[in-house]
Ligand binder design. Structure first.
Ligand code: F6P
Length: 529
């Protein structure tokens, strides 16, 4: 099927997408799932291609593998684990895995975590200087990106203490965050599944020292979101403020459970549950919708078509929603840590290319930065637009309309482009003539025929955010299945960690760098000079 699809991609390369449109295309190449409209008609996918793409997914056994994931089978084969982040957002049980109802633990931990969040929010849990005014989440990767993104996205619902995030081992990060806070009314939350991540543990120690200068019992103003109980208690954090999760939750899939504590602090448990409900609704859609109407499946197939069949190496995620500023960064980890791999489950190489490079920025800001390249650069970059029907600022509805107009204009411009004749008229109107007219016109030509999809959601509520994130999680899963990749390990981050550990003593002068390559030796020498 790969060959069929790749030769189809070559065959339709010059076909104008606009010529595919008849009365029905927009509707037939869209999915209405619950409250979401996903329009993929502005792609070069026709009925036959779509059928072949679905066949490709079926050949890969996507539905069986999906069911295996939801049932708690150990599909993460390199770490010999189940993949059950979907359990973290279920409203109720049972979910029996290996003879045990895993929902009992999930629901008990959720209850305890949300209870503690409410105690902090209401002032029932106090700092040594009174009511907690600020919560600092110290974590990195999956223990940071999701909560940062969601807290920002759901700002209109924020009515709890201020939340802050420290991730980078660069001392500037922890310094800048803590220097604006009062330790007596700050709760520090160390978010680390393993409780060994060097960045997080270094920042946690710095925060502890900062706290110790101001309060008699610094550990009393610490909580932990971690599975490593022995390590959290060695750090001095009382067990009632430690919220753990099972090893079947991967870091980048973990914000639905205890790692979402800072989200719950910010928006409260009612809204946090709505966030989970939205994700669970997407899970239900993913597990029950027929292939043609299955949103995560189709989003994945469009991704496969563009990256593996057409050879477009990157994709841009362009939310027309300022509060989704950190969505692209979040999706970078979700997609690239999951599918940025060159070995298949069976040990064979991934011969059609790994998952694509994901990047983006909210519109309209991106329009004034990199859209030039999207429209007129030599590479085709499939764009994924998203926009809300309604904003949260009814008094600024005219601005929201302008935002929507810009979003729709971009996908239209990408598809239609502007031909030489039209460009010539424009240049003529500016007063150019003769050779200069042609030259000027060439700069104003847009090749067009560039694919994009548009997702319209009602409003960026906690429920809708849950839906969108679960949609992308499942898209990554299906793409991984089709590529034969294990989307749930991350061996690619290990080597750099090991070498950084070895370079520490070299930089501090304890060890001689002579066994390092010439470039590394030179860089070390320069840093130490
Ligand atoms: O970067 C690798 C990684 O393992 C991510 O997958 C994970 O989200 C992050 O580090 C943080 O891990 P932990 O929560 O154990 O500190």
């Amino acid at each position: 099927m790969w060959e069929t699809l790749q030769s189809k991609a070559r065959a339709v390369k010059a076909r104008r997408m606009i010529d595919l449109f008849d009365d029905r295309r927009a509707q037939e190449f869209s999915i209405n799932a619950e409250n979401l409209l996903f329009d993929y008609s502005k792609t070069n996918i026709d009925t036959e291609t779509r059928r072949d793409l679905i066949a490709l997914a079926q050949e890969a056994g996507w539905a069986q593998k999906r069911d295996a994931m939801f049932a708690g089978e150990a599909i993460n084969i390199t770490e010999r684990r189940a993949v059950l982040h979907t359990a973290l957002r279920r409203a109720s049980g049972p979910l029996v895995v290996d003879g045990q109802d895993v929902m009992e633990g999930v629901l008990a931990t959720r209850h305890a975590m949300l209870r503690f969040a409410e105690k902090v929010r209401t002032g029932m849990f106090q700092g040594q200087g009174g009511k907690i005014t600020d919560v600092v989440n110290i974590g990195i990767g999956g223990s940071d990106l999701g909560p940062v993104m969601a807290v920002q996205a759901l700002h209109p619902y924020a009515d709890g203490p201020n939340t802050h995030f420290v991730s980078n081992v660069d001392g500037a990060h922890v310094h800048d965050v803590l220097s604006g806070l009062n330790p007596e009314t700050t709760l520090v939350v160390v978010a680390s599944k393993t409780f060994t991540t060097i960045e997080t543990m270094t920042n946690a120690q710095t925060a502890y020292d900062w706290m110790a200068q101001a309060v008699p019992n610094p550990a009393d103003q610490f909580a932990a979101l971690s599975s490593a109980e022995e390590k959290t208690s060695a750090f001095g954090i009382a067990p009632e403020r430690v919220f753990g999760f099972e090893d079947w939750v991967g870091g980048r899939y973990s914000m639905w459970g205890p790692i979402g504590f800072s989200i719950a602090i910010s928006i409260g448990s009612f809204n946090f549950r709505a966030f989970l409900n939205g994700a669970e609704a997407m899970d239900n859609h993913f597990t029950t919708a027929p292939d043609l109407e299955n949103l995560p499946l189709m989003l994945a197939l469009i991704g496969i078509w563009h990256a593996q069949c057409c050879g477009f190496e990157t994709r841009a995620v362009l939310p027309y929603e300022q509060r989704l500023l950190r969505l692209p960064a979040y999706l970078q980890q979700l997609e690239m840590e999951s599918n940025g791999k060159s070995v298949q489950m069976n040990g064979e190489p991934v011969d059609v290319g790994s998952g694509p490079i994901v990047w983006g920025e909210p519109g309209t800001n991106g329009q004034h930065a990199f859209y030039q390249l999207i429209h007129q650069g030599t590479r085709v970059i499939p764009c994924e637009f998203m926009v809300a029907k309604e904003g949260h600022e009814p008094h600024l509805a005219h601005q929201h309309q302008l935002l929507q107009a810009n979003c729709l204009a971009q996908s239209e411009a990408l598809m239609l482009g502007r031909d030489f004749e039209t460009a010539k008229h424009i240049a003529q109107a500016k007063g150019f003539e003769g050779d200069e007219l042609d030259r000027q016109a060439k700069h104003r030509v847009f090749a067009g025929n560039r694919p994009s999809t548009t997702l319209i959601y009602p409003q960026l509520t906690p429920y809708v955010l849950g839906q969108i994130i679960a949609l992308y999680e499942h898209r990554v899963f299906v793409e991984g299945v089709i590529l034969g990749i294990n989307s749930f390990d991350q061996w690619g981050v290990e080597l750099g960690k090991e070498l950084a550990t070895a370079l520490g003593p070299i930089l501090s002068g304890q060890i001689d760098p002579s066994d390092k390559d010439g470039s590394t030796q030179q860089l070390v020498a320069h840093l130490k000079s």
